[in-house]
Design a protein around this ligand. Sequence first.
Ligand code: ADP
Ligand code: MG
Length: 237
Amino acid sequence: MTKILGILSGKSGVGKTTVSMNLGIALGNHGKNVILVDADLERPNLGLYLGVIKPEATLHGALKGEISLGDALYMHRSGLKVILGDISEQDIGNKFKKLKLLISELENKADVVILDTGGFNKELADVIDLAIIVVSPEMPAVADALRAVNVLQTSGVKLLGCIVNKVSQILDVTIENIQTILGVPVIAVIPDDKKMKEAVKLKHPIVYSHPEADSSSVFDALALCLVNDYDDRRRNT
Ligand SMILES: Nc1ncnc2c1ncn2[C@@H]1O[C@H](COP(=O)(O)OP(=O)(O)O)[C@@H](O)[C@H]1O
Ligand SMILES: [Mg+2]
């Protein structure tokens, strides 16, 4: 059964797109069939990170009924399958209802569909089965993440945990405090990685362009953990 995993946050700029694409590749490296969808409907910029400025077929085209979602599937050099958005599109009514319908077309086409989102929206809880919250170690980001956690906890979505991204030597909030404030486990701590800029310049996710980088090792370990957990649960059901 295909699982829909939303990468969410309270605040923008904390690293959702970075996490989505790198975790997607890392899960693929551990044998999972992944489709990554740019579900940041207002500001879809995943394509820019992958060197695709104006994709011909997009999620927005499918949301408007012009193409089928399968037509918008694009394969990155790493082997990651992605569905990109149209940066110039904005005005789509009932978008989350339509998104839910479209995503259901991917059932059985992947083990995991990752949604790189624009943050958090109550209606998104209806589209996803699983969620990961990305937060940076700053109070405003943690406070905004808490609002998303609270809403998720009243929904049927399983919250896998929180990823603390862009962690440097001096922290506004410690990892322990983030875990206490949010009340969810911290499942990965990703360093503020100088090599990330090089990867962005190359238009490749860091796991692909710099597999030896510190942050790449964290993505790899997290993917392995998620895969083992998933396989254990399947064996026990
Ligand atoms: N671990 C990291 N180390 C250094 N820079 C990072 C890291 N994670 C993300 N960034 C940078 O932070 C910026 C915002 O990241 P992005 O993934 O677009 O955030 P979001 O999708 O949440 O808006 C980008 O310039 C990205 O390259
Ligand atoms: Mg983003």
